[in-house]
Design a protein around this ligand. Sequence first.
Ligand SMILES: [Zn+2]
Length: 89
Amino acid sequence: MVEFCKECNGMMFPSEKNGKTVLECKSCGEMIMINDNMSQSYVLTTKIDHPVGTEFKNANKMNNWKKNLREKRIFFKRQKKLNRNKNLP
Ligand SMILES: [Zn+2]
């Protein structure tokens, strides 16, 4: 998967920090934490958020965005669980 930096639109490269997989922008140093379990929902949420993702002008907004992203991840997890329960007899 290829991701682009929300700060400078540079390409994000996977790298490892403290044993965790992150996506790092080689141009501005922007970093996104991911892990294997979350990478799938990460792709989902960034696709949904992308249209507004270009609007970030300050760190405050970015923090809100990151918070939203986290909440969406939890949401997707819950949805998954709900769907699984629905399939039960
Ligand atoms: Zn960048």
